[in-house]
Ligand binder design. Structure first.
Ligand code: FES
Ligand SMILES: [Fe+2]
Length: 365
């Protein structure tokens, strides 16, 4: 397992950005115990519906706020009061800003040190996302939010929880520049391929004949920051949007979710169409599974033995380093990579129109 410092990514072990941390569908009345960025968190929804994410370990004696399901107040659903949460050990109560605001059987004021860190958290497209910043700064971008998620003529998938890989996210990001794996791994060698970098955004456009579909596949894929990939895809008249969201758990360990939206040919999708959408999601997922199997079994590519036609790997790695270094250095990485980069053997044929470009692509651009 390789770590951020092995890839020489920068000053920080974990990157800055918005990251998926939970599927909104899995958060019920009980708080969720989460681990990301080498730390433990407690996530819960207050009675008002407000989402709260706190450091997990109580400032009294270190109990985990969300991982003691057998404690009496957890069993009886009494941990959440209003938008606050009580520790399952001695019942200290924390407000959404992380300050302790009530201690049972104690008349004095809550100690000032009884405070947990509270994090910026949002619900976007059925995903709960947190802002992670090693410098503790406020978000400078919004997470992407596609209008299709709320449109009646698009069918939303449920998130597939793909679990945790002992793979550094650098190896997953490398996929964006990887024109030459599309044939051997996915059975759809690309006819054209290009990457583009624009500040915190990283694009890939490619197309080619896909053997499994017996049709021409075009994809327009982009990362908004280091952990959120969206991909518009067309095969004939079929239009879909693939989601691949991944978040560091520990240094060199990554959790991955997958989703897919499908455009409905009519206004209101019926049950048969929803079933067809699920089948489509499984097909898209099986293509992703092809990458997943490679990652799960590969040795880390600390250095890539890159061919002259594979320059984009190096550019993608430079782009990725902006998130592992102080924010005021980000521009120095943009200057090195911003613009379009087309491998010489993958120029776009003039008769292929990039109609996927015409669609808006989320809030962060
Ligand atoms: S450890 Fe949380 S209240 Fe004592
Ligand atoms: Fe791939």
């Amino acid at each position: 397992m390789a770590r951020s410092e092995d890839y020489k990514l920068g000053d920080f072990a974990f990157p800055r950005g918005w990251f998926m941390i939970a599927d909104a569908a899995e958060l019920g009345r009980a708080p969720l115990a989460l681990r990301f960025f080498g730390k433990d968190f407690a996530l819960y929804r207050g009675e008002s519906g407000r989402l709260v994410l706190l450091d997990a370990h109580c400032s009294h004696m270190g109990a985990h706020l969300a991982a003691s399901a057998s404690a009496s107040i957890a069993v009886h659903g009494e941990q959440i009061e209003g938008d606050s949460i009580r520790c399952p050990y001695h019942g200290w109560r924390y407000a959404p800003d992380g300050r302790a605001d009530h201690i049972p059987d104690y008349d004095g004021p809550c100690p000032k040190a009884a405070k947990l860190r509270s994090y910026d958290v949002r619900e976007v497209m059925g995903a709960i996302m947190m802002w992670h910043d090693p410098e503790d700064g406020a978000p400078d971008v919004d997470p992407p939010a596609l209008p299709e998620w709320d449109r009646p003529d698009w069918i939303n998938g449920a998130y597939d929880h793909l679990g945790t890989l002992n793979v550094h996210p650098q190896e997953i990001l490398d996929n964006m520049a990887d024109s030459n794996h599309l044939g051997p791994t996915h059975g759809s060698p690309c006819e054209y391929f290009e990457n583009q970098f624009a500040g915190p955004l990283y694009y890939q456009r490619q197309g080619g004949f896909r053997r499994e579909y017996d049709a021409y596949l075009m994809t327009y894929t982009w990362y908004t920051g280091p952990g959120l990939l969206l991909s518009r895809q067309s095969i004939g008249d079929v239009r879909g949007i693939e989601f691949i969201f991944h978040t560091p758990v520990d240094d060199g360990v990554t959790k991955v979710w997958h989703n897919n939206l499908l455009r409905s040919p009519g206004d209101a999708p019926d049950e048969a169409l929803k079933a067809a959408a699920r089948r489509m999601q499984d097909e898209v997922l099986s293509a992703f599974q092809q990458d997943f199997d490679i990652w799960a079994n590969k040795k880390p590519a600390i250095r890539i033995l890159g061919l002259p036609t594979e320059r984009n790997f190096a550019l993608g790695r430079i782009w990725y380093r902006q998130f592992y270094n102080p924010r005021d250095q980000a521009e120095s990485f943009w200057k090195q990579v911003d613009g379009r980069h087309v491998p010489t053997h993958k120029q776009r044929p003039p008769d292929i129109a990039m109609d996927l470009e015409a669609d808006a692509h989320g809030a962060a651009s």
